[in-house]
Each structure stands twice: as structure tokens, then as C-alpha cells.
Design a protein around this ligand. Structure first.
Ligand SMILES: *[C@@H]1O[C@H](CO)[C@@H](O)[C@H](O)[C@H]1NC(C)=O
Ligand SMILES: *[C@@H]1O[C@H](CO)[C@@H](O)[C@H](O)[C@H]1NC(C)=O
Ligand SMILES: *[C@@H]1O[C@H](CO)[C@@H](O)[C@H](O)[C@H]1NC(C)=O
Ligand SMILES: *[C@@H]1O[C@H](CO)[C@@H](O)[C@H](O)[C@H]1NC(C)=O
Ligand SMILES: *[C@@H]1O[C@H](CO)[C@@H](O)[C@H](O)[C@H]1NC(C)=O
Length: 364
């Protein structure tokens, strides 16, 4: 899709290019060539803070009067209501009126439609005529492999909102926040080697096959359905004991880098061993020395050998945490955060968006 090139995310070497994603607190940064040193050159602008997001040249300041947009959530995502907080409190931006009450349809400036909740039939989309200036936003955080009936969505939407970087409203699973000042990093003690939490156990999947090979050479503790149970309340304390975490995605798509990395691995200070899109794609989100990619090795056997080496050499293992002296991983955004970010993006004047008529061709 050629629209990808239009994003301000076309990264070049020697630059830490930034996009202030969640301003006033949560800044997203994207990496390219941090790999040489693992930290930004002195003199390189600190991502997210000194580099405000590129504004279109002809953009106007936000007009107070019209910033209180009415945003209708066509459904609660997956049918589960949540507290809609004031965006001034969530992101420190002018508030929008966000409601799931469909009586507001005619007055809504934007309607956010969560894919899964309408995917069973085109009749689940709003049927009333669309007010002239109303925008429909297609919202989806699932991968294309888990997004049925995309064809129903063609030619209906004005903006996209997903984990893909080329979405009009970019909603990633996690981002890196730049710390206000460098910090000393102390890696918490670890007593175990490799963990994996998996619920969807598909014998024919790439990730299970890879695991079957890996476990011939390495002890992997597997949790989840069909394996050792791991209640949510124990997740963090359990995974924190491990040096490594297998962040194996269930489907391979560009930018589909999920809470498996952000929540299970980074939050627990376990080095993610990733299976997903290519390494370069991960490096758009996180420093090159923050994770191990299975493609870094010709075979599972070689990967196992490397993990054993790191296990024996503390200095080398700890080098996977150096980036934490200047970055903090932030994951697990709430729906309130996602929708307030949508509110902020929709408040931008002029509102620029790409309009993807054939969603099913774009979202692959
Ligand atoms: C924003 O608009 C909603 C709906 O019209 C209204 O109820 C609310 O009071 C407005 N908020 C502000 C801060 O103007
Ligand atoms: C939906 O909004 C309408 C118009 O403001 C209001 O009359 C109605 O009580 C609301 N319904 C619910 C369930 O809040
Ligand atoms: C939004 O998309 C619909 C369907 O493609 C189109 O008819 C409408 O003009 C668009 N609205 C705006 C404000 O761009
Ligand atoms: C980090 O460690 C250095 C050297 O041990 C020490 O001088 C400095 O105060 C520490 N900084 C913080 C923020 O703890
Ligand atoms: C551990 O790794 C470091 C850094 O890669 C290396 O310099 C050192 O020689 C290694 N130590 C051992 C005992 O292999």
C-alpha cells in the first residue's frame, strides 16, 4: 500500500525518529540505528520530547470552540462497557464527548466502529444516513488472521485505527517512553531460564513447531491452557523469575507486535525472544539490543546454545538491559487511552487522513 510511505515514520539511519504518540506523558519513539551504541548520540535530540510530531505546514491551532467533538462508540469493544474518563485527565488534552449511546448518532462528529462487533454482518454497521461531516473510524487491534469478513468493511470508512503504523490513528500495543534523566539499571535477580505463556495451542502453527525443536536443547516452562495454569494475579511474579520469555506471536503480520512482548516480557524484565515480523520491524518499536529474534539464528539449536551462553555470562546477559537507563517500556493501554488518543487525533486541524476504500486489501 503506497500510503505507507506518507507516514512520518520513514526512518533513516543515525536518527532516532520520533512520534509523540501520547503527549504529556506517553511518548512513542521509534528506533533505527541505535544499534551501534545502544543509546542515542549525545546531541541527538531526545525522542518524543524535543521533537514534537510533524504538523502539516498549513495546520491551524486547535480551536477551543470545536475541540469538544462528540465521538460515538458504535459498540463497546467486545460488548464490554468500561468507564469513559475525561480525556483532559487521561491525556491532558481538551475533552471530547465520548459516548456509547446511539441516540447521539446524528450529532456525532465521529463514529468509532470496532471490527469484531460488527463483522458478522454489514447490517451491524450504522444504517441511518451519514451526516455530511461525520467520519467513521474503523477500529481493530486484532491481526488480519483474526479479523473475519473484512470485505464487509470496504467503502464505508474515512479513517483507520489499528496497531499498524500507517493507520490514521495509530494504536500500538506498547511504546517506549524516554526517561527525563538517565537511570542506573539494576537487573532483578533471576532463578529460572525460559518461560512461555500460551493459550491457543495449535500443533501445526509455526510457533509450536519451533518450540518443539527448541525444547530438545533447552528447558522451557510452558504456562496456559493445556499446560501449567497461570492466573493473572500470578503472572507478573511468576514471569519475573525468568531470564527469557518466548514472545511468539500467533500470526505474523507487519507491526503485529503485541502484549506478549510489552506485558509478558518487558514488564517482567525477561528478555523477549521474539517470533513475529522481521527484526527490522521490531526495531521500529524498541532498541535492537532489547530483544532476541529467532531469525538471528539459523536454527532453534543455535538459539538454545546462545541462550545457554547468556545464562552463564552475566555481563553479557545484562547488556540486554542497558537501554533501560534511558527508556521505559509502556504497554497495556486501556480503551480509555486509545479513545482519548483518537479524540486528540480527530481534534487536529486540518484533520488529515488517507481514506482506505478497500480495507480488505489494506489490512493484510
Ligand atoms: C462537550 O459536549 C457534550 C455534548 O454536547 C456536552 O455534554 C459537554 O458538556 C461538553 N463539554 C464541554 C467541556 O464543553
Ligand atoms: C441516550 O441519550 C439520549 C439523548 O441525550 C438520552 O435521552 C437517553 O437517556 C440516553 N440513554 C441512555 C441509556 O443513557
Ligand atoms: C467518509 O466516507 C464515506 C464513504 O466512503 C464518504 O461517502 C464520505 O464523503 C466521507 N466523509 C468525509 C467527511 O470525508
Ligand atoms: C548511578 O550510579 C553512579 C555510580 O555508582 C552514582 O554516582 C549515581 O549517583 C547513580 N545515579 C542514580 C540516579 O542512582
Ligand atoms: C562474557 O561476555 C563479555 C561480553 O560479551 C565478554 O567480554 C567476556 O569475555 C565473557 N566472559 C566469559 C567468561 O565468557
Amino acid at each position: 500500500m503506497d500510503s505507507k510511505g506518507q507516514q512520518p515514520l520513514n526512518l533513516t539511519c543515525r536518527k532516532v525518529v520520533t512520534l509523540a504518540l501520547f503527549q504529556l506523558g506517553l511518548s512513542a519513539i521509534f528506533f533505527t540505528c541505535v544499534r551501534m551504541s545502544g543509546k542515542p548520540d549525545p546531541g541527538t535530540p531526545v525522542p518524543g520530547t524535543l521533537h514534537p510530531p510533524k504538523q502539516p505546514v498549513n495546520s491551524l491551532p486547535i480551536e477551543r470552540r470545536s475541540s469538544n467533538l462528540t465521538i460515538l462508540l458504535w459498540t463497546w469493544p467486545f460488548g464490554i462497557p468500561f468507564a469513559i474518563e475525561r480525556c483532559s485527565q487521561v491525556l491532558g488534552i481538551p475533552d471530547c464527548y465520548i459516548t456509547a449511546n446511539r441516540s447521539w448518532y446524528r450529532k456525532a462528529d465521529a463514529v468509532i466502529v470496532h471490527h469484531r462487533d460488527v463483522s458478522s454482518s454489514p447490517k451491524r454497521l450504522p444504517q441511518e444516513p451519514r451526516p455530511a461531516s461525520q467520519r467513521w473510524v474503523w477500529f481493530n487491534l486484532e491481526s488480519p488472521s483474526a479479523s473475519p469478513n473484512l470485505g464487509f468493511m470496504d467503502n464505508h470508512f474515512n479513517l483507520t485505527m489499528s496497531y499498524r503504523r500507517d493507520s490514521d490513528i495509530f494504536s500500538p500495543y506498547g511504546t517506549m517512553e524516554v526517561l527525563p534523566r538517565p537511570q542506573n539499571v539494576t537487573v532483578p535477580p533471576k532463578s529460572k531460564l525460559v518461560a512461555w505463556v500460551v493459550s491457543n495451542w495449535d500443533l501445526h502453527s509455526h510457533r509450536v513447531k519451533y518450540y518443539e525443536e527448541l525444547k530438545k536443547y533447552l528447558q522451557v516452562d510452558v504456562y496456559g491452557r493445556h499446560h501449567s495454569p497461570l492466573p493473572d494475579s500470578k503472572r507478573f511474579s511468576t514471569l519475573s523469575q525468568y531470564k527469557f520469555y518466548l514472545a511468539f506471536e500467533n500470526a505474523i503480520h507487519e507491526d503485529y507486535i503485541t502484549e506478549k512482548v510489552w506485558r509478558n516480557a518487558f514488564r517482567s524484565w525477561a528478555v523477549p525472544v521474539v517470533l513475529g515480523p522481521p527484526r527490522e520491524n521490531y526495531e521500529n518499536y524498541m532498541p535492537p539490543d532489547s530483544f532476541i529474534h529467532i531469525h538471528d539464528f539459523p536454527s532453534a539449536k543455535e538459539l538454545a546454545k546462545f541462550l545457554h551462553e547468556l545464562d552463564r555470562n552475566t555481563t553479557r546477559y545484562q547488556s540486554y538491559f542497558h537501554w533501560r537507563s534511558w527508556l521505559k517500556p509502556v504497554g497495556q493501554f486501556t480503551y480509555a487511552q486509545h479513545f482519548c488518543k483518537a479524540c486528540r487525533d480527530l481534534q487536529k486541524k486540518p484533520l488529515q487522513y488517507q481514506t482506505v476504500p478497500a480495507l480488505s486489501k489494506w489490512f493484510k
